[in-house]
Design a protein around this ligand. Structure first.
Ligand code: ADP
Ligand code: G6P
Length: 735
């Protein structure tokens, strides 16, 4: 039976060694806590780091670690200290983490960190491949494993691979500063589906793909030569029932079963009439805005002194990544801030901040969620923030106020919270005041809506949505009308070819025989191609017809010495081998003079674009322009032109980063049909990559072998992935 392979840097369990014995604890952090229930309830295996280094793990405990992981359907991988230093404390947490959270001043670019990151990603990919069977789905998680999707794809080209990024994806302007940006994007594009928490992260990613790799992006799909990659947003939910149930149990708990923490919390509330508790929980991370929060709380106490002795901030900071210098500095900063503020405001019976720097068991977490009147979460940047959702889910009586930074992914779904800008202390202080004063009915009204939404879109729904969408990418791949040319199909094409006597091969040029380049004039045929075409054209009973949108001068010059027939400008011109050009269609070009100035105006306003003037058509190229601007201007120009040319027998062709205005009478299908009328043929083959070739595929007889290059919708019978495969296929006709 097929399974899902989940893979993330950290397993949901962390193994450490205490006094020679293994100690297993649950992992902290949104990814591990969130995915746990999907893993628990489904048929999946989870691969990740055990938390131990190879040096720490004595030989006699290796099997035990494997077994502990296996008990929870996990496969533990161990890394050496050096690997963890370069990969985890290095590239993951000193380069990607700060960059993706817009802390550019904290990013470090060490090439040995990058090299180790690549090596460890390869180890993860190898671990997947070792456990992978045909039909399995692979779900890769988070920023530590950005290269894994493509590493797996290279070894298992047909695998179904999903990737989810749990942290923000920064804007192109920030992402482009990364020295290895191309490799990172290519790594990710190995997946069939890439998921983000919010539409903004999705948009930023697509913009980087189109600007840096220059791939075509249509809505939320990236067209690679051989595949489509879908990109979408799926805001991660929580295991709602678990928190709801835990809160219920919490209230039903008898007094003697209460935790010490709970007793202290109750003591505070009973200490003064109207006493309130404000809660904050995060990993100790500079992205969480902990220092901002404490300073804003200080400002609140100054601005609203009536709450002194009545309000307390209960702050839980979980130790995290403590070998990264920025985290060590942050720890010092927070310790000092808490000390200073407690010293400044404390009275004999009251300290304003209770600060815990440690992990806590789940039931204590619930004590905190259930007992605190206000949750104050102020990240400067946070991919999602599950704590905000957990707090709301744990409010059994539906009271409580959530104050949430608008810089978190969660803020986009939690409009009923008091949303604040973490840099605006005035706003935070006022929001705390508003939260304290908010009538219970209003609290309940807001939380009711929030709870309903969180319950509906819980983590199970999130994971199922992602998986459904991933399965669909596979179905789309399989339902593509054209059939991939397998070895068997290839053999049968070659056998028909051999049996036939008069063969005609229609070959498109750009995107078929050669790859696209920035400047059309740079796409000259290379030696290998010239040899291949000449060898084909010199075989008796093969007519090679190069059929292209290019102007006749360029095409004629490039193929002057060859024994090929040429059709230029989509069919306006035709040329027999080594003969003169003749006009194939009776077309006019007197319209060009009036249309050209219109396009000129677009060239002026669209840097990088230019006009190509052919004999009977005008082409506006924008491959080198900013991709977004290019698409926008192309839409505008197309509308303007369609208005201008209506009733003039002209049409606007929307090609690959080019708009072309030409006579509606002319297309490759017509030109090919005309040529075939004058020729005996019992084997017709046509290959092309863009929609101007679709005319060819549609108009040729059904018996013709028609082949599309790439995966877009097509009327061709077959497809191949890229120009390299085209050349291999053509080479086959010679064997
Ligand atoms: P991040 O993923 O950046 O750490 P999130 O708020 O999305 O931030 O996720 C934090 C997760 O870690 C939550 O699910 C929360 O319940 C859990 N968590 C936070 N603090 C503790 C703690 N002290 N003990 C156990 N789990 C914790
Ligand atoms: C965030 C990241 C996770 C990571 C978690 C804890 O949630 O998105 O990938 O596991 O923080 O961080 P750590 O470095 O301890 O794994």
């Amino acid at each position: 039976m097929s399974k899902t392979i989940i893979i993330s840097n950290r397993l949901p369990l962390q193994i450490s060694i205490k006094k020679g014995k293994l100690n297993v604890t649950p992992s902290v952090g949104g990814l591990a806590t969130g995915l746990k229930s999907f893993h628990r309830d489904g048929d999946s295996v989870w691969i990740g780091w055990s938390g131990l280094t190879a040096e720490e793990l004595p030989e006699n405990l290796i099997n035990e670690v494997t077994q502990k992981a296996k008990d929870e359907a996990c496969i533990a991988i161990n890394f050496t200290e050096k690997e963890i230093e370069g990969f985890y404390y290095g590239f993951s947490n000193r380069s990607i983490w700060p960059l993706f959270h817009y802390f550019m001043e904290f990013t470090e670019w060490e090439s040995w960190h990058w090299e180790t990151y690549k090596r460890v990603n390869q180890k993860y990919a190898d671990a997947i491949l070792k456990n992978y069977k045909d039909g399995d789905k692979i779900w890769i998680h988070d920023y530590q494993l950005l290269l894994v999707p493509n590493m797996v794809r290279e070894q298992a080209p047909n695998a179904t691979i999903g990737f989810f990024n749990h942290i923000p994806f920064p804007s192109y302007e920030v992402f482009r500063t990364m020295p290895w940006r191309e490799e990172i994007l290519k790594g990710l594009l190995g997946a069939d589906l890439i998921g983000f928490h919010t539409y903004d992260y999705e948009r930023h990613f697509l913009s980087s793909v189109s600007r840096i790799l220059r791939h075509q992006v249509n809505f939320n799909e990236v067209s690679l030569p051989e595949r489509m990659v879908k990109v979408d947003s799926f805001p991660m939910g929580i295991d709602y029932n678990k928190f709801e149930q835990a809160a219920q149990d919490h209230f039903e708990n008898s007094l003697e079963n209460q935790s010490d923490l709970q007793r202290r919390l109750d003591h505070h509330r009973k200490g003064a009439p109207g006493a309130k508790l404000i809660l904050s929980i995060d990993r100790l991370d500079y992205t969480k805005g902990i220092a901002h929060r404490i300073r804003a709380f200080e400002y609140f106490l100054e601005k609203y002194p009536q709450y002194i002795e009545k309000i307390r901030l209960v702050m839980l900071a979980v130790p995290s990544r403590s070998e990264v210098p920025q985290y060590q500095l942050l720890k010092k900063e927070i310790d000092a801030l808490v000390g200073r503020i407690n010293g400044k405001f404390a009275t004999v019976s009251w300290t304003p901040i209770w600060y815990f720097y440690r992990s806590m068991p789940f039931n204590n977490l619930i004590d905190l969620y259930a007992s605190c009147d206000i949750a104050l979460l102020t990240p400067i940047r946070d991919g999602m923030n599950l704590v905000a959702k957990e707090y709301i889910a744990s409010r059994k009586d539906q009271t409580g106020v959530l104050i949430l930074s608008e810089m978190t992914g969660a803020a986009q779904e939690m409009n009923e919270a008091l949303l604040i800008n973490p840099n605006n202390f005035e706003q935070i202080a006022d929001a705390i005041n508003q939260a304290i004063e908010m009538p219970e009915e209003e609290q309940i009204k807001r939380n009711k809506t929030l709870q309903k939404r969180l319950k509906r879109y819980d983590v199970e729904k999130w994971a199922n949505d992602f998986m459904k969408s991933l399965t669909k990418t596979q179905e789309t791949r399989q339902s593509n009308k054209a059939i991939h040319i397998s070895k068997d199909i290839q053999e049968s094409i070659f056998s028909d070819f051999k049996k036939s006597k008069n063969r005609v091969l229609f070959l498109d040029y750009d995107g078929t025989l050669v790859n696209f380049v920035d400047k059309p004039e740079d796409a000259k045929p290379d030696k290998e191609l010239i040899t291949l075409i000449n060898e084909l054209a010199n075989v008796e009973n093969i007519s090679v017809v190069l059929i292209s949108g290019r102007d006749k001068e360029t095409l004629g010059n490039w193929w002057r010495e060859s024994n090929v027939e040429l059709i230029a400008e989509h069919g306006v011109w035709a040329q027999k081998p080594k003969k003169d050009w003749r006009l194939n269609e009776n077309v006019r070009n007197d319209w060009m003079e009036s249309i050209r100035p219109v396009i000129d105006a677009f060239v002026d306003r669209t840097p990088g674009s230019f006009i190509e003037e052919k004999n009977y058509s005008l082409a506006w190229h924008y491959r080198k322009s900013d991709p977004d601007l290019g698409e926008k201007r192309a839409n505008e120009l197309s509308t303007v032109l369609k208005d201008l040319i209506s009733n003039h027998g002209l049409s606007v062709l929307d090609g690959n980063k080019v708009l072309e205005i030409k006579s509606s009478e002319v297309n490759k299908g017509k030109a090919a049909t005309k040529l075939l009328l004058k020729k005996e043929s019992d084997f017709i083959f046509a290959i092309g990559d863009d929609w101007t070739d679709e005319y060819l595929f549609q108009e040729l007889p059904d018996s013709a072998v028609t082949v599309k290059v790439g995966l877009k919708n097509t009327s061709a019978t077959y497809y191949v992935n890229n120009t390299r495969k085209v050349r291999e296929l053509l080479q086959g006709f010679l064997n």
